[in-house]
Design a protein around this ligand. Structure first.
Ligand code: SF4
Length: 320
């Protein structure tokens, strides 16, 4: 195992098959795990830096160089997505990076996954104006449930976040897809669902996507809603919502199988994927290439033996 596999050497991950976005190249702008919230279901684990202070966590020049090297290979992509180990808008040069991508690779739509908390600051609206798609997550509308499910940094008021999102949406020209994640017993009471639905109605949006806990989160063994529960919730509160679930094995797009990877390159590829979120073996094979199933299996076993990954209920997670 080389040194570079234990130290993240890239701020890009994927392209990954995303349940929402197709084949998506992720950009992580933050050190693990930096966010304005500490959601109980977060696939990246617990927030260790719970803060609203924006910073240039990675030099902008480094990010530009990395993107240039990758995008010059002309990869097949449906989206470039700001996501990763926390809230992307905490990166203080976010707008400059978006503008750089739009100037040099305008053919790739850009998406931001956000919890929306920083959009209470109107000065950030200009940094978002060239995005093609924003996916804000709204899991609560009342302060009490917001505290329980999203566990925000001090001073964040969900009512002000929701009213800012509503106002922002009226002047944003890209698409907005709202994501609502249901954790049974936490945010699925009729009154909370009604309040979330009302908040969504006040935000100009093209889609609502309804999901549940798909992978191990910051709090272990959270319940997940069944397909029927999600359908019932959609019917009563979000009639136009799409129900999104983790891609079935073998149904997601794959990268080309014809690129040879030696085992140490495979270790790096697995590291990049697993440091972002827990994945099943099928997720990994689907992303890396179906022709590499045996190699993925062999390298996973090696990494598990050496203590770099753990497997819990079929999900592999990077643990060093
Ligand atoms: S789910 Fe998103 S908003 Fe919540 S803690 Fe994780 S990165 Fe932050």
């Amino acid at each position: 195992m080389g040194k570079d596999i234990t130290m993240p050497d890239s701020h890009l991950f994927g392209p990954l098959p995303s349940r929402r976005l197709g084949l998506s190249l992720g950009i992580n702008l933050l050190p693990h795990k930096t966010c304005t919230e500490d959601c109980i279901y977060c696939e990246c684990g617990s927030t260790t830096r719970l803060d609203c202070q924006r910073q240039e966590f990675v030099p902008l020049s480094e990010l530009k160089q990395e993107l240039k090297s990758f995008l010059e290979t002309q990869p097949r992509l449906d989206f470039i997505t700001f996501a990763g180990s926390g809230e992307p808008l905490l990166y203080s040069r976010f707008g400059e990076l978006v503008d750089y991508l739009k100037e040099h690779w305008p053919q790739h739509p850009i998406c931001l996954l956000t919890n929306g908390t920083l959009l209470t600051d109107r000065s950030l609206w200009a940094e978002c104006k060239h995005l093609d798609l924003i996916v804000p997550s709204i899991d609560a509308a009342s302060p009490e449930i917001f505290q329980r499910i999203n566990r925000p940094a001090a001073g964040i008021d969900i009512r002000s976040v929701l009213s800012s999102l509503a106002e922002f949406s009226q002047q944003f020209t890209g698409e907005i897809w709202i994501e609502v994640l249901i954790v049974p017993g936490v945010n699925d009471s009729p009154s909370e669902l009604q309040a979330i639905a009302s908040a969504c109605q006040s935000i100009r949006h093209q889609r609502i996507q309804l999901g549940t806990v798909d992978r191990p989160g910051a709090v272990t063994d959270l319940p997940r809603a069944s397909g029927k529960q999600l359908q019932d919730i959609a019917r009563h509160y979000f009639p136009a919502a799409q129900i999104v679930s983790r891609p079935e094995p073998g149904t997601t797009p794959s990268q080309a199988d014809d690129t040879h990877l030696c085992d140490s390159e495979m270790e790096k590829a697995l590291h990049r994927l697993l440091q972002v979120r827990p994945c099943t073996k099928e997720d990994l094979v689907s992303t890396i290439g179906k022709g590499k199933q045996r190699q993925v299996q062999r390298v996973l076993q090696k990494l598990e033996r050496e203590g770099f990954i753990v497997c819990h209920k079929g999900f592999y997670r990077w643990c060093r």
